[in-house]
Design a protein. Structure first.
Length: 190
């Protein structure tokens, strides 16, 4: 657990230009606090404790403005910039080295049972105000533009998507203009 905490701290120091020192970051970076509280709540959730993980999650939401369900699965070196308004649902999965800005929602549609929330591969960037809904897959290295809206559409690896509804504007370093493929619910994560 301490190793994960150190990696999360390093992710903030590497990604946030406003993080001037380790001490300041540990004491005053509320998205980091939300991630650390999530990690504790997730460990308790995995032990089968009935209410304490949700209580910690509510405490984190109240104190940081970041809501992460304790059942969500989040990889290593996750970085949230600013954080207020971030919502990460119960069955969401986030890979290693992902970056997320404020007002992002990884939510469900209310029409699915079981896996209801997005799965993000490694090294995914999600811009401010993006909304990703349903059991969709976002491939490794994808970039989701600020304000993008993705509902039941998968995002291929190494693409950049923008808009409402989101469209692919760059794939494997080449500019394109293409629709997102329909979600392939039930497949394994990228």
């Amino acid at each position: 657990m301490l190793r994960l905490f150190r990696e999360d701290l390093r992710a903030v120091l590497q990604n946030d230009a406003a993080a001037r020192s380790t001490v300041e970051t540990v004491l005053a970076h509320s998205p980091l606090h939300a991630i650390w509280i999530y990690r504790i709540a997730h460990a308790l959730y995995a032990l089968g404790l009935p209410w304490l993980p949700r209580l910690l999650s509510a405490f984190a939401r109240f104190g940081t403005g970041v809501e992460i369900h304790p059942a969500a699965r989040i990889g290593r070196r996750f970085f949230i910039d600013h954080g207020t308004g971030v919502v990460i649902g119960e069955t969401a999965e986030i890979g290693d080295d992902c970056v997320m800005f404020h007002n992002v929602t990884l939510g469900g549609t209310g029409k699915h049972e079981g896996k209801r929330h997005p799965t993000l591969g490694d090294s995914v960037f999600v811009g401010t105000g993006a909304t990703l809904l349903g059991p969709i897959r976002v491939g490794r290295g994808a970039r989701i533009g600020a304000g993008a809206f993705i509902h039941m559409r998968d995002v291929p690896a190494e693409t950049t998507v923008v808009g409402v509804p989101a469209r692919i504007v760059k794939q494997d370093g080449t500019r394109v203009d293409a629709e997102l493929p329909r979600a392939a619910a039930g497949e394994t994560a990228p």
